[in-house]
Design a protein around this ligand. Structure first.
Ligand code: ADP
Ligand code: MG
Length: 212
């Protein structure tokens, strides 16, 4: 945990109150290092251990840009598994509690696609999902990500290990080039570097080494 408080960040007063009510008093080390550039719109490639609070590091920036009156998808978060996508969606909803009517939709494989299509028809601000199922929705034209402003690749190393590179590439082709791209990975192998140089612009590297 760092000594820095969330109140140093350019966040709305209502969000600061929400964070306090969630018991988020101090930023974790990765949050203290990555939130200032991420909130300034920079692309990031961030590495920190599990449980270090990476979700808030990408969720707070995308929520701060969110327009609740626009029901088109504004942010897409790709995760390797349904379990992780479900956790990220839950944390995103908690961090959006102060913003009424923010709709977060989870799109993962292994679940019927019909109800997912139904919930997309009502509009979604934030889409969280696994690459295979997101690609299925793009193929069916049931999801439009052509106007998102933030793309998150969470646990990118695991997504590559699972063979999702081609799906991720074709998903990214359907997003605007002007997007902010935030890439998170527990490890930093050369294919993650390659992925970063292919999909990010002047990405800032933020690495927090474990200290106990
Ligand atoms: P990671 O993705 O790095 O593994 P998570 O984002 O899932 O970690 O966060 C781990 C846990 O820590 C979650 O339960 C989250 O709500 C909590 N958490 C994150 N940031 C803070 C903070 N600044 N203060 C207190 N709890 C936090
Ligand atoms: Mg995580």
């Amino acid at each position: 945990m760092s000594d820095a408080s969330f109140s140093q960040l350019p966040l709305a007063a209502a969000q600061l109150e929400n964070l306090e009510s969630l018991g988020y008093t101090r930023m974790t080390d990765i949050q203290a290092a990555a939130l200032p550039p991420a909130l300034a719109g920079k692309d990031l490639i961030a590495q920190a251990k599990t449980g270090s609070g990476k979700t808030a590091t990408f969720t707070l920036p995308l929520l701060s840009k969110l327009n609740p009156r626009d029901f088109g998808a504004q942010a897409l978060i790709l995760c390797p598994t349904r379990e992780l996508a479900t956790q990220v969606a839950a944390e995103t909803r908690r961090l959006a509690r102060h913003q009424p009517n923010v709709k977060v939709v989870t799109l993962c494989g292994g679940q019927p696609i019909g109800p997912q299509i139904g919930s997309l028809e009502h509009g979604a601000h934030i889409v969280v999902g696994t690459p295979g199922r997101i690609k299925d929705h793009l193929r069916k034209a049931t999801l439009d990500i052509s106007r998102i402003n933030t793309l998150v690749l969470d646990e990118a190393d695991r997504m590559l290990e699972m063979g999702f590179l081609d799906d991720i590439s074709s998903i990214i082709e359907a997003t605007p080039e002007s997007r902010q791209t935030l890439l998170f990975s527990a490890t930093y192998p050369s294919d993650i570097r390659k992925m970063s140089s292919r999909f990010q612009r002047a990405a800032l590297e933020v690495t927090v080494v474990a200290t106990h």
